[in-house]
Design a protein around this ligand. Structure first.
Ligand code: ADP
Ligand code: ADP
Length: 232
């Protein structure tokens, strides 16, 4: 059984002239441990697909199923990494990751000891090679480092699906290459289920198991999904 299923997914945004069809009849199934890259022209509906999976918006047609449950809103089982980090600026790197772990513990109604929490925070910071900057505030570290922390925080939620919207899009080429390496190493260790939006076809080929290309259909309505499997 696939981990994630998009079935006849559609999104019609209300606009002055009536409605704008952003997505129509999008069907996609993703298996556990698969890394999918979502590519396509600007405006073809990639972010909308990610939002609908994250539960940040509700579809007007069709539905999203994750782990046999219909998505009805946001939840820690679907962590999102955005292009521009969403770290809390008044917390340190350490505290940002710690907060995610505490939220998960509350959600699972578990009590976590300070020692275990510390081990977990350091484990996730280690995965992204950020232990050395654990006491820094977000505005004291570089853009690449902030994205690393954003990834650590998302991983700390131990999501069923990790959603990434152009996670490296705002970084320079060298930093992007470092982050791609880091993500590959993490995948080797954790084998997360990932859906990543990218403009960078090379990045998609490098990182993912399958590239899903969304194409603009007739009359600027969207949603035909073309999938390319990458040999490993
Ligand atoms: P992508 O991420 O591929 O660039 P989006 O999902 O952001 O595409 O947007 C898909 C289409 O839906 C675009 O044409 C965009 O202008 C439109 N759109 C997105 N959000 C809204 C909204 N809230 N209201 C109206 N139109 C929207
Ligand atoms: P990457 O994020 O891929 O490691 P960066 O260009 O972000 O590459 O940073 C390279 C290194 O420079 C970092 O690993 C860090 O040790 C150091 N560094 C960069 N900016 C800062 C900063 N504002 N504060 C402390 N160390 C920094």
């Amino acid at each position: 059984k696939p981990l994630l299923e998009l079935t006849q997914l559609g999104m019609r945004y209300p606009v002055a002239t009536g409605e704008f069809v952003a997505l129509k009849d999008v069907n996609l199934t993703v298996n556990k441990g698969e890394f999918i890259s979502l590519i396509g022209h600007s405006g073809c509906g990639k972010s909308t697909v990610l939002d609908l999976i994250a539960g940040l918006q509700m579809p007007t047609d069709g539905g999203v199923i994750v782990s046999n449950k219909e998505v009805a809103g946001p939840g820690p089982d679907r962590a999102v990494v955005f292009q521009h980090h969403a770290l809390l600026p008044w917390l340190t790197v350490y505290q940002n990751v710690e907060l995610a772990l505490k939220q998960v513990a509350i959600h699972q109604k578990q009590k976590v000891s300070k020692t275990l929490l510390n081990q977990q925070v350091m484990h996730y910071l280690e995965l992204v090679q950020m232990t050395h900057a654990s006491d820094k505030k977000p505005d004291e570290i570089s853009g690449g480092m902030k994205q690393r922390v954003g990834i650590a925080r998302a991983l700390a939620m131990q999501p069923n699906v990790l959603l990434m919207d152009e996670p490296f899009g705002a970084l320079d080429a060298l930093t992007r290459a470092h982050l791609q390496d880091a993500l590959m190493a993490i995948q080797t260790e954790l084998n997360n289920t990932i859906i990543m939006i990218t403009h960078d076809v090379d990045e998609a080929v490098l990182l993912s198991d399958r590239i899903v290309m969304m194409s603009n259909g007739p009359a600027a309505t969207i949603g035909q999904v073309l999938a390319v499997d990458l040999p490993r």
